[in-house]
Design a protein around this ligand. Structure first.
Ligand SMILES: [Zn+2]
Length: 256
């Protein structure tokens, strides 16, 4: 899904749209948004998804005539497995993550949290790592900003366009519901998260037509002060409930 033509010299292409839900009996779901940005001689990705999306992601790149080796920059929002795990697929790329985020993630206890500890340990010493500071211009026209609450050093990224901005919020605000009510699921401090959601609202409202791309929802634009989706929801799973391998049942996971 392309949300616009050129913003700040970039083509912005939402390759995988995240899902605003969790399972009932099987723990987390972790279906997150992955975005491709092309421009200024770079091929960048915002977040990488988790293990389950890896082959799908490689396929999505192939559809666009790209191999993983063509990706020059990764902009990572935070150190949860469903956003950073596939950095190893793009190990040659320049890998941007918040300095504070990486330092925090490296201290998380092994085997207890959604931080993929071995991936984080390896990333810490990786030759193409770029641990970014708060407010830094991490690529031409793109800045990263610490927005804590979900994790302590979570970065959102703002692409400054000539007409409007595109804001990758990651899990600082995961979905439309969190934006609208100002409260969040999975926060280490609800007050910090609420302040973060308010700060993102301020950025969102700062120019007409600004777009937010949340970590687990469809990109949205403001119309009359209300968030409106820029695409139709398409979410489903297939399962074997019958007696043979060729028969699968498709279950829709959206309300249309
Ligand atoms: Zn997360």
């Amino acid at each position: 899904m392309k949300i616009n033509d050129k913003v700040s010299g970039y083509d912005i292409d939402v390759m995988v749209i995240g899902y605003p839900g969790k399972t009932v009996c099987h723990g987390g779901l972790g279906w997150s948004t992955i975005v491709l940005l092309r421009g200024h001689g770079r091929v960048a990705m915002f977040d990488t998804g988790g293990m389950g999306v890896r082959r799908h992601l490689i396929h999505k790149l192939k559809e666009r005539g790209l191999e993983p080796e063509d990706v020059t920059d990764l902009l990572l929002s935070h150190a949860h497995y469903d956003h950073i795990l596939n950095w190893t697929t793009f190990q040659h790329a320049r890998i941007v993550i918040g300095r504070e985020e990486l330092a925090w993630a490296a201290k998380e206890p092994w085997g207890r949290t959604p931080v993929p500890e071995l991936h984080v340990r390896e990333l810490q010493g990786w030759k193409t790592l770029h641990a970014a500071a708060d407010g830094e211009e991490v690529m031409p026209g793109i800045t990263g900003h610490i927005m804590p609450g979900h994790t302590p050093g979570h970065l959102i990224y703002v692409v400054k366009g000539s007409q409007y901005d595109v804001i990758f919020t990651g899990d600082a605000a995961k979905n439309r519901a969190e934006f609208l009510c100002g409260r969040t699921d999975m926060t280490y401090d609800p007050a910090v998260s609420s302040a973060t959601v308010a700060a993102i609202w301020t950025l969102w409202r700062s120019r007409p037509g600004n777009i937010v791309i949340p970590g687990h929802d469809i990109p949205m634009v403001l119309k009359d002060g209300q968030p409106h989706y820029l695409a139709k929801r398409e979410d489903a799973i297939k399962a074997w409930f019958g007696d043979d391998i060729d028969t699968m049942t498709t279950l829709e996971l959206s309300i249309r």
